[in-house]
Design a protein around this ligand. Structure first.
Ligand SMILES: [Mg+2]
Length: 217
């Protein structure tokens, strides 16, 4: 792989190890709301998408509205766990150091809200690494798996999506990044590697150390 102009990181499951925590809570709240959902179901169907898009999907399955405070409760319960238990994904700090050393710009494109992203970065000490180079699904019309957020992030960073590498852990994110024209590295953690390949990942890794090797940095 030639050295890219830009690295676009997904946040949850790529930079920070939040998906185990948030999908556990999401599955429990959905089950309580009348849609029996296991942890694996939650990962399979909702991971990587905006919460607001998930609600539309869930309400269609239920045939009725979720309680008005559903997303507020989810965000509140996630925040209390994430603010105490969240860690970075192994190898992230070394990868960011290597990108800095090689003067390769990088940013975040996350389906989370700006508040959710900020909490995760603050808890794991990554805030200053990204500064204002943080782009949220709330900033674009269509969330992942649409390409909008990746196109927006690349444009704001001054590059074309085609010259960027995107690192994603969800099929929704991989699909969106591929549709934007980026080169996609899949991070297989909670999802089977083949699903990321099927969604369009050019290569799949199981850890951030392998990303350094791929980028030759
Ligand atoms: Mg993710």
């Amino acid at each position: 792989m030639t050295t890219p102009d830009l690295i676009i990181f997904d946040n949850d499951g790529v930079l920070v190890d939040s998906e185990r925590l948030s999908n556990r809570i999401f599955a429990a709240l959905l089950t309580e709301a009348g849609l029996p959902t296991s942890f694996d179901d939650a990962v399979d169907r909702y991971m990587g998408r905006r919460s607001s898009d998930c609600v539309v999907d869930i309400e269609a399955q239920l045939g009725r509205s979720l309680p008005a405070d559903f997303l507020h409760r989810y965000e509140h319960e996630c925040a209390s766990v994430i603010s105490t238990e969240l860690t970075t994904v192994d190898g992230v700090t070394d990868l960011l150091d290597a990108l800095d050393d090689n003067k390769i710009p990088y940013c975040i494109a996350s389906s989370g809200t700006p508040d959710e992203i900020a909490l995760r970065l603050r808890t794991t000490g990554l805030t200053d690494r990204f500064g204002d180079r943080v782009y949220s699904g709330s900033m674009v019309a269509r969330g992942k798996p649409a390409p909008d957020l990746f196109e927006y992030a690349a444009e704001r960073m001054g590059f074309s999506p085609e010259s960027a590498v995107v690192i994603e852990d969800s099929p929704a994110g991989v699909t969106g990044a591929k549709a934007a024209g980026a080169h996609v590295i899949g991070h297989a953690d909670l999802v089977d590697p083949q699903r990321l390949v099927d969604a369009g990942a050019h290569v799949v890794v199981s850890g951030m150390g392998q990303v350094r090797s791929l980028l030759s940095i």
